[in-house]
Design a protein around this ligand. Structure first.
Ligand SMILES: NC(=O)c1ccc[n+]([C@@H]2O[C@H](COP(=O)([O-])OP(=O)(O)OC[C@H]3O[C@@H](n4cnc5c(N)ncnc54)[C@H](OP(=O)(O)O)[C@@H]3O)[C@@H](O)[C@H]2O)c1
Length: 256
C-alpha cells in the first residue's frame, strides 16, 4: 500500500529478481516512486520491472554481476540522488552432507557478493547522501549473523560481517542525517532458502518479509529482525555460553 510520503522517492534495490528483492520492489512500486532495480538474470529483472511499472512506478533496470566491482561502482555513482538503498543481493553456500568443506570458490563468492559488494554499494552511494545530509541504507543480513550455524560457516561469517558494518555505519553517520538499518530475516521462502540444509521453522513468504522490512525501515529501526520467536531464539544463542548454544543447535538439527 503506497504511503503519502512515497511521492518523489528514489529507491534502489539490489537482487530484485528473486524472492525478497522482488517482493520489496513490488511493495514500494506506486505512482511517484522511481525504482532502480538490479539483478543478474535479465529475463527475471524485466518481468519484475514490468510488474512495478504496472503498479505505477518509474522503473530503471540494470542487470550485472555484483562481483564485477568496477561496473557496479560506475553504475551506482552515475545514478544521481537516491533516498533509499536496499542492499539485498546475496548467495548462500553450505558444507557437504558428510561434512565436506565448502569449495574455496564458493567461499570467495559468498564473501564477495554478501560482504564486499554490499560494502561497495554502500561506499558508492554514501558520498551523495552525505553531501545532501539525508538518505537511508538498508543492509540485508540474516538471523544467522547472531551465532554461526555449523552447516553454513561462510554465509554466517558474511552476514555477521555485514551486521557489524551496518551497526558501525549507523553510529558513524546517524548525526549527519543518514539512516542505516540492518535487516535480519529468519527463513523466507526462496530458492536460496530451499537449498539450505536443516529445519526451517516459522517460514515466511517473501511478501510477509517485505512488509516487515518496510515497516521497520519506516520507523528507522537499527535492527529489523523477524520473525519474533526465531529472532529471540537466535539472539539468545549468542548470549549463552558457546558450548551450550552448540549443544542446542545440534539438538535442533543444525549440527554438522
Ligand atoms: N531466504 C531466506 O531465508 C533468507 C534469510 C535471511 C537472509 N536472507 C537474505 O536475503 C537476501 C535475498 O535472499 P532471497 O532469499 O530472496 O534469495 P534468492 O531468491 O536466492 O535471491 C538472491 C538475489 O541475489 C541476486 N544475486 C545473487 N548473486 C548475485 C551476483 N553475483 N550478482 C548480482 N546479483 C546476484 C540474485 O539475482 P539473480 O536471480 O538475477 O541471479 C537474486 O536477485 C540475501 O541477501 C539473503 O542472504 C534470506
Amino acid at each position: 500500500m503506497p504511503a503519502p510520503d512515497d511521492e518523489g522517492r528514489r529507491i534502489l534495490i539490489t537482487g530484485a529478481t528473486s524472492a525478497i528483492g522482488s517482493a520489496l520492489a513490488e511493495a514500494y512500486a506506486c505512482p511517484g516512486v522511481t525504482l532502480h532495480l538490479h539483478g543478474r538474470d535479465a529475463g527475471k529483472l524485466g518481468a519484475v520491472a514490468e510488474c512495478c511499472r504496472a503498479l505505477g512506478a518509474t522503473v530503471y533496470a540494470r542487470n550485472l554481476d555484483v562481483r564485477d566491482f568496477a561496473a557496479l561502482h560506475d553504475w551506482l555513482t552515475g545514478l544521481g540522488p537516491l533516498d533509499l538503498v536496499i542492499v539485498n543481493a546475496g548467495v548462500n553456500s553450505h558444507i557437504g552432507p558428510a561434512g565436506e568443506a565448502e569449495a574455496w570458490a564458493e567461499v570467495e563468492a559468498v564473501l564477495e557478493v554478501n560482504l564486499k559488494a554490499a560494502m561497495l554499494v554502500t561506499h558508492a552511494v554514501l558520498p551523495a547522501m552525505r553531501a545532501r545530509g539525508s538518505g537511508q541504507i538498508a543492509l540485508v543480513s540474516s538471523l544467522a549473523a547472531y551465532f554461526g550455524l555449523p552447516v553454513t560457516p561462510s554465509y554466517c561469517a558474511s552476514k555477521a560481517g555485514l551486521k557489524a558494518y551496518g551497526e558501525a555505519l549507523r553510529g558513524w553517520l546517524g548525526r549527519e542525517g543518514i539512516r542505516v538499518n540492518v535487516i535480519m530475516p529468519g527463513y523466507v521462502k526462496s530458492p536460496m532458502c530451499a537449498a539450505m540444509p536443516g529445519p526451517k521453522p516459522f517460514l515466511l513468504s517473501p511478501e510477509q518479509a517485505a512488509r516487515a522490512i518496510r515497516h521497520g525501515l519506516e520507523r528507522n529501526r537499527a535492527r529489523i529482525s523477524f520473525p519474533f520467536p526465531l529472532n529471540l531464539g537466535t539472539w539468545f544463542l549468542a548470549v549463552l555460553p558457546a558450548p551450550v548454544a552448540l549443544r542446542i543447535l545440534r539438538w535442533l538439527g543444525y549440527g554438522a
